[in-house]
Design a protein around this ligand. Structure first.
Ligand SMILES: [Zn+2]
Length: 267
């Protein structure tokens, strides 16, 4: 059995668009190789606060990361900090805000874009700071990290779906087609990850609205997918909150931790 975990955060992907546009992933669900759990994201439905929520299990009102301009490091134990303290290898191909939350802040592109430092929480990183950085390139960055460093925990965080939503809104061909493109890119990589026995979680931080934004309480801003693949998952009906994802990953990695875990998601 493989205890290695890949977490894919498709930034800004709304649940109903995930159901309609991710043809490959829905094919995996139909063939019982993946299970979809609808999640309601924590508030505010903004990126940096919910990156912190996904990686620490702490909701924004408790973490203090309440908007995107707060760029101090996280004050909480994260999957990255727990894993690296307990001898696991960590990696991320992700937006630079993850480097700021878990490695160092502020982010300096020249020093931090390519990170290789075993003393950091994210030991191996390829970070980007352009919202239009192509998802295709980002997934190749992640695949480079996976093949060269063989991390126990790999975060993959593409931004193009969110960027499309800010340009064209939820109900737009641009937003939906960008989601379809991400699904196609995933279909290039997922079969190898599945064959290697990874435990895989694919989710989103928040959804999107028709005002080309997000941040509030509308269902379309809060409803996001959580798709799980791997033989450590129960693949049965379960109640899971966004704040449980951190604990679920810690369990999968075999870490000692005090995070909450959703009942029934794991075997
Ligand atoms: Zn956004």
């Amino acid at each position: 059995m493989n205890n290695k975990v890949i977490l894919v955060v498709l930034d800004g992907l709304n649940l109903s668009v995930a159901r309609q546009c991710l043809g490959y992933l829905n094919g995996l669900i139909a063939s019982q190789q993946a299970t979809l759990y609808p999640l309601t994201c924590e508030l505010p439905s903004l990126s940096r606060p919910l990156y912190e929520c996904l990686l620490t299990g702490v909701p924004p009102v408790a973490s203090g990361i309440v908007h995107n301009q707060i760029n101090h490091r996280s004050h909480h134990e994260s999957v990255f900090s727990l894993a690296s303290q307990q001898g696991k290898k960590t990696a991320a191909a992700a937006y630079h805000w993850f480097s700021e939350l878990y490695n160092r802040s502020p982010y300096h592109p020249v020093e931090d874009r390519f990170t290789n430092d075993p003393t950091l929480n994210i030991q191996h990183g390829i970070f980007y700071h352009w919202d239009h950085y192509p998802d295709e390139a980002l997934f190749l960055d992640a695949e480079y990290l996976r093949r060269h460093y063989d991390p126990d925990f790999l975060l993959i965080h593409p931004m193009n779906i969110d960027d499309a939503g800010h340009h064209a809104g939820l109900d737009s061909a641009h937003y939906r087609n960008t989601a379809r493109k991400a699904d196609m890119i995933l279909s290039d990589h997922l079969p190898q990850w599945m064959a290697a026995g990874y435990q895989i979680l694919i989710t989103s931080d928040h959804g999107m609205n028709n005002d080309h934004s997000h941040g509030g309480t509308l269902p379309e801003e809060r409803e996001v997918p959580l798709l799980v693949i791997g033989d450590h998952f129960s693949h049965q009906a379960a109640q899971i909150a966004q704040t449980d994802i951190c604990g679920v990953i810690c369990e999968l990695l075999g870490l000692t931790h005090q995070k909450s875990i959703a009942g029934g998601v794991l075997r």
